[in-house]
Design a protein around this ligand. Structure first.
Ligand code: ATP
Length: 274
């Protein structure tokens, strides 16, 4: 999900129903989002605003989808960036890019008359990895700017802002990010279990004709350890096999070959990056 891209506004249509499995993550996330929705009530009670939610888990498990669904659920503007794009920036550029991101979120929310904005930063470790003795000044400035933006989030401002960030490795994050009042919530987004895998497969089979007897439950059994992204690939590859054979339905053998292909692809990726 990386990429060197400008702040972009993603489609708002994606909702929690479009995300397979991840029931606990969805529950924890919707609970946390109440803080954004009910901020007036919370401030009356003197509860400090929730500024950041961290989504932690392996690649392709739906962290980006969850952040988009959070924006949909709270009727917020969605602005996204990836931590990887900050890695080799010149001094000062990263920090101003962070400032811009939050400004843009507030500006777009105001323009579209929304009450809130969600800023999503994927691969946050690209910005907020542990500092190594002041070696990387630029990197520090970027992280400092992010901390400043988080500290500047007010409970009573309009539009309200929430930062959602994703990482594969929470242990590599700078402790400053994890202090109370910053990323107050950490939600684990793990690889799906069998029920989750079947749910994800069903979602990705919505627009695909399945032959009678082609069982997604069986595919779910055979894909232990697959991420949501890999399951999406299985369904897509199976449809390609069907097309190549000029079948107008996806059959069991197409699914089996697709599982092998995705599994093999993973293995090759691992070997070439070793
Ligand atoms: P990364 O850490 O690589 O950024 P991620 O956890 O943010 O990964 P997503 O970008 O949300 O993963 O998922 C990638 C794609 O995989 C989605 O666009 C979707 O097609 C599929 N996918 C992943 N998880 C799920 C899920 N739980 N339900 C349905 N589709 C999923």
């Amino acid at each position: 999900a990386a990429g060197r891209k400008r702040p972009s506004r993603a489609p708002q249509e994606l909702s929690f129903e479009d995300i397979g499995g991840q029931e606990q993550a969805k529950r924890e996330l919707t609970e946390a989002l109440e803080f954004l929705v009910k901020r007036e009530q919370l401030s009356k009670l003197g509860i400090r605003p929730l500024k950041g939610i961290l989504l932690t888990g392996p690649p392709g498990t739906g962290k980006t989808l969850l952040a988009k669904a959070a924006a949909h659920y709270t009727n917020s503007i969605f602005i996204a960036a990836s931590g990887s794009e900050f890695v080799e920036m010149y001094v000062g550029v990263g920090a101003s890019r962070i400032r811009e991101l939050f400004q843009e979120a507030r500006r777009q929310a105001a323009r579209q008359k929304k009450d809130s904005a969600i800023v999503f930063i994927d691969e946050i470790d690209g910005i907020g990895g542990k500092r190594d003795g002041g070696q990387h000044r630029e990197y520090d400035q970027t992280l400092n700017q992010l901390l400043t933006e988080m500290d500047g989030i007010q409970g009573d401002e309009h539009p309200r802002v929430l930062l959602i960030a994703a990482t594969n490795r929470k242990d590599t994050l700078d402790p400053a990010l994890l202090r109370p009042g910053r990323f107050d919530r950490n939600i684990q987004v793990d690889l799906p279990d069998k029920t989750g895998r079947e749910h994800i497969l069903k979602l990705h089979a919505r627009n695909k004709p399945l032959a009678e007897g082609a069982s997604l439950s069986k595919v779910a059994d055979e894909t232990f350890g697959f991420s949501g992204a890999q399951l999406e690939s299985v369904m897509n590859e199976a449809a390609i096999y069907a097309m190549r054979e000029e079948c107008d339905e996806i059959r069991t053998e197409h699914l089996s070959r697709a599982i092998d292909k995705v599994m093999m692809g993973e293995r090759m990726d691992r070997e070439t990056t070793r």
